[in-house]
Design a protein. Structure first.
Length: 235
């Protein structure tokens, strides 16, 4: 297996319908490639734009940890457990599907699209009670360094996920700022906005990703326009 596998934004699967523009880093729905189903514990990394006043109607999930991260606009969540929230940029949200949950995700704005990432990881325990958590991490992000935003390892100031071997890190980096890439069995470095350089690895633009396997000591440096980067470190 290649230790550093660069995947370009334009290589992703695409779903384009009247209300949704979605890019899938891994096999998803009707898009299937047996050689591209996951990286470590990360199964889904969807980059979605949902048009104003539209969204995903009520649908079910089971035994999955689902993390949502809004880049622009706002996303309204409702589920069968009675949870309700509006997710904004700087908010981390987790839904544990567990024994089964139904939810909807809609863009409540009548004028503005919402742009968000949705990421799924395997839980470490099947059949748990469904759960929901949302946390504003804007103050931590403002430090301009890599912070844990979803963790199964008990990190402070992060939402919790039911997966002891996974952490989602995020950073909003100023131009030319550098951060270390967390070492783990697998790491998925995704440039949500802006650009930068993975060293070693090369240049990454918006929507590009690097799948790392058994690497250590790597760094990411934001380009001249800065970068918002999300990194899953998993077993």
């Amino acid at each position: 297996m290649t230790p550093i596998d660069i995947r370009r934004a334009g290589e992703r699967f695409a779903t384009n319908i009247d209300w949704l523009d979605s890019r899938h880093s891994f096999s998803f729905g009707p898009h299937f490639d047996p050689e591209n189903t996951n990286h470590g514990l990360l199964l889904v990394n969807n980059d979605d734009i949902v048009r104003a006043g539209t969204g995903f109607g009520t649908h079910p999930h089971r035994d999955m940890e689902i993390v949502t991260w809004v880049l622009a606009g706002e996303l309204e969540h409702q589920d069968s457990e009675g949870n309700h929230g509006v997710i904004l940029p700087g908010h981390a949200q987790r839904m544990s599907a567990g024994t089964g949950i139904r939810h909807s995700e809609r863009n409540p704005s009548s004028t503005t699209d919402v742009h968000f990432l949705q990421m799924w990881v395997h839980p470490d325990t099947q059949g748990i009670q469904p759960g929901y958590e949302q946390l504003d991490v804007s103050a931590e992000l403002a430090r301009g360094e890599l912070i844990p935003v979803a963790s199964g390892k008990g990190h402070d100031a992060a939402i919790s996920i039911q997966q002891r071997d996974a952490v989602l890190w995020a950073a909003r980096l100023e131009p030319k700022a550098t951060t270390d890439v967390p070492d783990d069995r697998h790491a998925h470095v995704f440039v949500a906005r802006g650009s930068g350089t993975l060293e070693p690895g090369g240049e990454l633009g918006t929507g590009d990703a690097a799948r790392l396997t058994d690497t250590n000591g790597l760094t990411f440096t934001a380009g001249s326009d800065g970068a918002e980067v999300l990194i899953w470190a998993t077993a």
